[in-house]
Design a protein around this ligand. Structure first.
Ligand code: C2E
Ligand code: CA
Ligand code: CA
Length: 578
């Protein structure tokens, strides 16, 4: 029997442990913690048969303790440990999720074990009753009551954690016809089968319930937006539309789905189900076997995504993309150190579309993979053109998205491109964002090692905005930290950014990494960087991203070995532009 003892008084804990050990009839495995926080952590990590809970803990007391343990939602029975002075209270909270109480001072072993056994038994039958009250006997999935409970919980969790919840309301199309022509038995079989298929279409943690009749509901927590909801909706439409075998016959039904998102739809949690219901009717009106969002805004967002996705596909085929290059400059001698390649798209249908608009859609749709591959080839072609013109070269960095980096054998793709164009690996730098590497640190580390082995340089882009774990940073074979421009642009603002930039520079130095400051626009920012030992800067102060042609004079300057190209060539006078 696994017991979790939550008790901060060591004497009491020792006493209890000793009493339990004295008994030889039951094998007791005791875990002892001294606070609610530790108790929660234990309950998250392992299953216990019983929690023995003191009511005076350093991080909470009284009913609060019970609430915290119950919030862990493990269904573990709780036995409260009471002192002489709170016996009344302990008695009063029986049934509020507490199965029993133990008077600590009595400490009679048989009594303790009996209380524990009873608690487990009581909890079991309570859970059995709960199950019966919350499940639909026909389909063996949760019922409306359970769904409403979960909805209330999910929305308050979402509010607390700033995440989104999607609610789907489903109604089978023309179910009544099946019921009337084939009979109720056939109808029941169909409902059961539908519930099973829905179960397979959603993730294990999603809540699926039968609300009654041929109505079902799904609750998806931690969803990104309408696009994620759409993917699930399509999966549901697909699984339901497959023909059913009912009493030897093949029957086809479809379903209509109404979707609301919390909190984006600005609905009261209570209104969510109603709104989803309204949206479901709209889906029916529009021809069934379909889904519809409650708000126009969500529907419009989804349409906009699909239209942009379509245009990106065209743009790839029609070669509408081009690259511009932005100088990276040594802050001390102002010499050109490198370039960053940035995508530009002049769409004949839309006009200029910024990377901030099209990169996220390219990432979600997967177009970023061929697009990124094109960027790599294009950079190599440009380098070769410059080399053929006899120009000195500087390394060019390329932004690589998660989807690209996570491809199998990404390093091999890089090596292939370099080899095909006969480019020195040292001339290429790969910029990866912090978040990408921290997502799955083990596989990131492996992939980085392979990438480094090809000889290219690797930098971490937008550094400081994500949640880097320093431990991993030390293990990652990287060369450069690029300090995010939001910090650089506020170094003179006195809001802590200056401190952060200094900290990043000194961190980089201790890890023997180079630093590049992004988005440098003013002389004050530049001065700050020089003073604090950041070697390289990039930003409008030294040059906007420009066409390959416009880079040529800058490369020519390198030949003269004459420092200060930036001041000489580029209008940096008072460019505090934004
Ligand atoms: P990023 O990698 O952080 O690129 C730097 C961005 O800052 C560029 O925006 C650049 O034009 C802008 N910038 C440079 N200096 C300054 C400055 O002094 N002030 C201000 N306010 N901005 C400055 P851009 O070109 O619009 O690109 C935006 C983002 O799109 C890039 O951010 C990058 O994440 C992504 N991106 C661009 N090209 C590619 C690409 O080829 N592949 C991938 N995966 N992403 C790309
Ligand atoms: Ca970048
Ligand atoms: Ca950046």
């Amino acid at each position: 029997m696994k017991l979790l003892l939550v008790e901060d008084c060591l004497d009491d804990a020792d006493f209890l442990a000793a009493s339990l050990r004295r008994n030889r009839t039951v094998d007791v495995e005791l875990t002892h913690v001294g606070s609610l926080r530790d108790a929660r952590r234990c309950l998250e990590q392992a299953a216990f048969d019983v929690v023995l809970l003191d009511l005076h803990l350093p991080d909470g007391s009284g009913m609060e303790c019970v609430d915290v343990i119950q919030e862990a939602e493990t269904g573990t029975p709780i036995v409260v440990l009471s002192g002489r002075d709170d016996e009344e209270f302990a008695l009063s909270i029986l049934n509020k999720g507490v199965q029993d109480y133990l008077a600590k001072w009595e400490g009679e072993t048989r009594g303790i074990l009996r209380a524990i056994r009873y608690a487990i038994e009581r909890k079991r039958s309570e859970m059995r009753l709960n199950y019966l009250a919350q499940y639909d006997p026909l389909t063996e999935i949760p019922n409306r009551q359970y769904f409403n409970d979960q909805l209330a919980r999910a929305t308050s969790r979402a509010r607390r954690e700033g995440r989104k919840v999607a609610l789907f309301f489903l109604d089978l199309d023309h179910f009544k016809v099946v019921n009337d022509t084939l009979g109720h038995n056939a109808g029941d079989v169909l409902l059961k089968e539908t519930a099973q298929r829905l179960r397979q279409a959603v993730r294990a943690g999603d809540v699926l319930a039968r609300l009654g009749g041929d109505e079902f509901a799904v609750l998806l927590e931690g969803i990104g937006g309408p696009l994620d909801a759409e993917a699930v909706a399509r999966a549901i439409l697909d699984v339901v539309a497959k023909p059913f075998q009912v009493e030897g016959r093949e029957v086809s039904v479809t379903t209509s789905i109404g979707i609301t998102l919390y909190p984006a739809d600005h609905g009261d949690p209570d209104m969510l189900l109603k709104n989803a219901d309204i949206a479901m009717y709209q889906a029916k009106e529009q021809g069934r076997n379909n889904f519809k969002f409650f708000t126009e805004r969500m529907q419009a967002e989804l349409l906009a995504y699909h239209s942009l996705e379509h245009d990106i596909r065209e743009a790839l085929a029609n070669e509408e993309f081009r690259l511009v290059y932005q100088p990276k400059v040594n802050v001390v001698d102002r010499r050109l150190q490198g370039l960053e390649a940035l995508l530009r798209w002049d769409c004949p249908r839309r006009g200029e579309v910024t990377p901030a608009e099209f990169i996220p859609v390219a990432e979600q749709s997967g177009h970023i993979v061929p697009l990124g591959q094109w960027v790599l080839h294009e950079v190599c072609r440009t380098l070769n053109r410059w080399a053929a013109a006899g120009l000195p070269l500087v390394p060019v960095s390329v932004n690589v998205s998660a989807r690209q980096f996570q491809q199998a054998a990404f390093h091999q793709r890089i090596a292939d491109v370099l080899q095909r164009h006969a480019i020195e690996p040292a001339m290429l730098e790969i910029e990866l964002t912090e978040g990408l590497l921290m997502e799955d640190t083990d596989s990131a580390q492996r992939a980085l090692q392979q990438l480094k082995a090809t000889g290219v340089r690797v930098s971490i882009d937008d550094f400081g905005t994500g949640h880097s774990c320093l431990n991993y940073l030390r293990r990652f074979p990287i060369d450069v930290l690029k300090i995010d421009r939001s910090f650089i642009q506020e170094v003179d603002g006195g809001n802590g950014s200056a401190m952060i930039v200094r900290a990043i520079i000194s961190l980089a130095r201790s890890l023997q990494l180079d630093t590049v400051a992004e988005g440098v626009e003013t002389h004050e920012q530049l001065e700050f960087l020089v003073e604090n030992g950041c070697e390289v800067a990039q930003g409008f102060l030294f040059g906007m991203p420009m066409d390959a042609r416009e880079i040529v004079p800058l490369l020519e300057d390198l030949r003269d070995d004459e420092p200060g190209f930036a001041t000489a060539r580029l209008p940096i006078a008072d460019s505090a532009s934004g």
